[in-house]
Design a binder for this molecule. Structure first.
Ligand code: IMP
Ligand code: MG
Length: 184
């Protein structure tokens, strides 16, 4: 498949960190692992809007066992490009999670503050199990005690855009993961 012409995406792309092809390969492999791990178990893939919407769509198709998907929305409050730790759950799941093995599908774990709060909330609903799968992990930035169970790529401390991740709501449609270039 041809790499998208980057000049169509104006402005803020410093360099490509992870290509479309690298993402596709990692997603396919992860789909196989999840399909084995959760075989014959009631599985729900839960995504926290909006950053993981593209990842979830691709991962769900790479998982070959029956499963449901669900969406939650959590509003993180930001100061610049960093979350403050204040999180509101603004949309809950329709499913009763006590009947499912819940796998949270995240776009990125940065400080970990958003996910920590969402996990606390889901734990209180007594799922059969609760694990976290993240596309990207930025361990250098972690401010709370939290580790993902599955992580596709570990990246350095750069703000990234693309494949669902935004800067001020733009660049989610970029097919690769790129480093964001601040205005100079
Ligand atoms: P955390 O609470 O700091 O772990 O981050 C919460 C959310 O911030 C993530 O789910 C992303 O939506 C967003 N975020 C964190 N780092 C980045 C980044 O490098 N690019 C785009 N969004 C990010
Ligand atoms: Mg975001």
């Amino acid at each position: 498949m041809q790499m998208t012409n980057m000049s169509e995406f104006h402005g803020h792309i410093k360099r490509v960190l992870i290509t479309e092809e690298e993402i596709a390969e990692a997603v396919a492999k992860t789909g196989e692992i999840i399909s084995l791990e959760y075989k014959d178990k009631p599985l729900i893939l839960v995504s926290i809007l909006k950053g993981a919407y593209i990842f979830l769509a691709d991962l769900s198709r790479a998982v070959t066992i029956p499963h449901e998907i669900g969406f939650m929305a959590a509003k993180s409050y930001f100061e610049g490009t960093e979350s403050t730790g204040k999180v509101d759950i603004t949309m809950d799941l329709a499913q009763d999670v006590s009947k499912y093995h819940v796998l949270i599908v995240e776009d990125i774990i940065d400080t970990g503050r958003t996910l920590k709060e969402v996990m606390k909330y889901l734990e209180s609903k007594n799922p059969l199990s609760l694990k976290v799968l993240t596309l990207l992990d930025k361990p250098d930035r972690r401010l709370v005690d939290l580790e993902s169970d599955y992580s596709l790529f570990t990246i350095p401390d750069h703000f990234v855009i693309g494949y669902g991740l935004d800067y001020a709501e733009y660049y989610r449609n970029l097919p690769c993961i790129a480093e964001f270039e601040e205005d100079s």
